[in-house]
Ligand binder design. Structure first.
Ligand SMILES: [Zn+2]
Length: 75
């Protein structure tokens, strides 16, 4: 799966930015909030953060989370 463009998705009435990350660009290990499992380096996934956070855009960026693509899709 190639890295794509950032998109906006709505979950439970809130807007989130969703940025796909290709396997080549996934160089660190993360914990997926959806399944509490590991997103391993080299695995294509998505980075998700709040678009409408009350703390402002900077706080939202620091609150980015790395999800398995599948886990985000079913969240
Ligand atoms: Zn997951």
């Amino acid at each position: 799966m190639l890295s794509g463009f950032r998109r906006t998705e709505t979950r439970r009435g809130r807007e989130f930015s969703v940025q796909p990350v290709s396997g080549q660009r996934a160089v660190k290990q993360y914990t997926c909030p959806g399944c509490s499992g590991t997103v391993d380096p080299g695995v294509a996934h998505v980075v998700v953060w709040r678009e409408d956070g009350i703390m402002g855009p900077q706080a939202d960026l620091s609150g980015r989370r790395h999800w398995h693509t599948h886990c985000w899709r079913i969240s």
